[in-house]
Design a protein around this ligand. Structure first.
Ligand SMILES: [Zn+2]
Length: 472
């Protein structure tokens, strides 16, 4: 039972129920679980591994609530730099379906390495293109190799162009085969126990790439196995037009008819929602993964995150795939979430009486409309844990997983901001983690992944990516 002592942090952000921020603090963990959190002098004196975090801030590991790791292979494709979701997808579908299992392994390692170095310790990945021998197993193996806590989505597409869907027919799968593989992946990999390093989620891709039958069957299967459900929803107005024309319902109403609103479901993006739909999410327990960079990159819109929080909707943060980001830096994503919510505040009418709009955004009556740095840090930690259905991550307290990261505060980038180091992590430029610890194991040291030699992975990944670019 290996032990870990992390000590002497300038400040440790617990994200516990009291949201304590502890000066001169640290934690002690055994076998990947936290046994003590508090002032350094009150912690055990020694451990198998001791990290001295003097001059550093410690935060709970961030939870990435929406991603497509394979898309690091298709970053920055010229044909998809300047278009919105539907034409952007049409550029990519066949390129993604042509990737090989080895390319999938490399892209998973690249994405997870970038996430871990930016403070992420748990990653949900929504894979949904399975051609050419690729399986979700390739990614689970890569996550185990690098040591990141991983929620793998056996996603799916079954509605090709000839049946009115968006993806080409040769990029979708047979529904019976999809469901059989979902059963196989759940039975092989899903671990429901506390401290689990691997869990499985079912994720039909989007309203315009799967049938109602597959959505219904996926929900039944997920509930039979007690795993979570995820899909893209309310991402764009094109999607809204699609469900209105095809099903005569807005996306949320349509999902309700398929038994897809519930505490075991979360939706990626959830940008275009009416106020009553926000209340529906709150009532049913459905959550949202906010992906600000992708929403800006694809001109999708601005999700009403403050409204979600005010209504009590669970909200996590996601970097989304690297074809629409094109980074997997979760600290950068958190900063964008803070800034984008403020842009929305300046652009759109406020909640409450109409007269509020006449008040300056800085009027005390509108103080609650501001997205603060600490609110975003909470979304990125506790919020992500909530949408993934985990009560053992997202905070640093006794009985939770030893998942955290530290940042060196004494750098040029933070100089002048240290009167509030917690807020500085988002107000100042995003920094690489000094340490990222997952399950009590050091995965990142001085900003670099140390569990896998990333140099050959980067080289191989670049070769695969060039092949993808030549196909686009
Ligand atoms: Zn996505």
């Amino acid at each position: 039972m290996p032990t870990l002592l992390a000590k002497n942090a300038t400040v440790l952000v617990t994200m516990d129920n009291e949201r304590r921020e502890l000066p001169h603090a640290g934690l002690f963990a055994r076998d990947g679980m936290i046994e003590h959190v508090g002032p350094t002098e009150q912690l055990p004196r020694s451990a198998d591994l001791v990290l001295d975090l003097a001059g550093q801030i410690v935060l709970p590991g961030f939870v990435n609530a929406h991603h497509h790791l394979d898309q690091t292979l298709t970053r920055n494709l010229p044909a998809a730099q300047n278009n919105n979701l539907f034409p952007w997808l049409q550029v990519h579908y066949r390129v993604w379906s042509s990737r090989t299992p080895e390319a999938s392994r490399c892209s998973t390692l690249i994405g997870l390495a970038e996430l871990a170095a930016s403070g992420c310790t748990t990653v949900f990945d929504h894979a949904y293109v399975f051609q050419n021998g690729c399986r979700v197993d390739d990614q689970i193996a890569a996550a185990q190799e690098i040591g990141v806590r991983f929620h793998a989505c056996r996603g799916s597409m079954s509605l090709g162009e000839s049946k009115g869907g968006l993806p080409p027919d040769d990029c979708v799968e047979d529904e019976k085969a999809i469901l059989a593989d979902c059963v196989r992946v759940i039975e092989t990999y899903h671990d429901a126990s506390r401290g689990a390093m691997t869990q499985v989620v079912l994720g039909p891709c989007s309203p315009f790439s799967v049938t109602t039958d597959l959505l219904r069957a996926s929900a039944q299967l997920a509930r039979a196995y007690k795993v979570r459900l995820h899909t893209h929803l309310c991402e764009t107005l094109d999607e809204e037009r699609y469900t209105l024309e095809r099903y005569q319902l807005r996306p949320v109403a349509w999902m309700e008819t398929l038994d897809w609103l519930g505490g075991d479901v979360w939706f990626a993006h959830a940008v275009h929602v009416e106020d009553d739909e926000i209340q529906q999410f709150a009532r049913t327990g459905a959550g949202a993964a906010h992906c600000p960079c992708s929403n800006m990159r694809l001109a999708s819109g601005i999700a009403p995150v403050k409204k979600y929080l005010a209504a009590g909707v669970k909200v996590g943060l996601g970097v989304d795939g690297s074809a629409s980001n094109d980074a997997s830096n979760i600290l950068l994503e958190a900063r964008q979430a803070m800034l984008l919510a403020r842009l929305r505040l300046g652009l759109l009418p406020p909640e409450g009486p109409r007269t509020f709009f006449l008040l300056s955004p800085s009027h005390p009556l509108r103080a609650h409309e501001w997205m603060t740095a600490r609110e975003v840090l909470e979304i990125a930690t506790r919020g992500g844990a909530a949408v993934l259905g985990r009560d053992d991550i997202g905070a640093l307290e006794v009985g939770k997983c030893a998942d955290f990261f530290s940042i060196d505060l004494h750098t040029v980038d933070y100089a002048g901001a240290l009167h509030d180091p917690v807020a500085a992590t988002l107000f100042c430029a995003p920094q690489k983690a000094h340490y990222t610890v997952i399950n009590g194991r050091v995965v990142v040291e001085k900003g670099q992944v140390i569990t896998v030699d990333m140099r050959p992975v980067v080289e191989a990944h670049n070769r695969f990516a060039l092949q993808c670019a030549n196909k686009s």
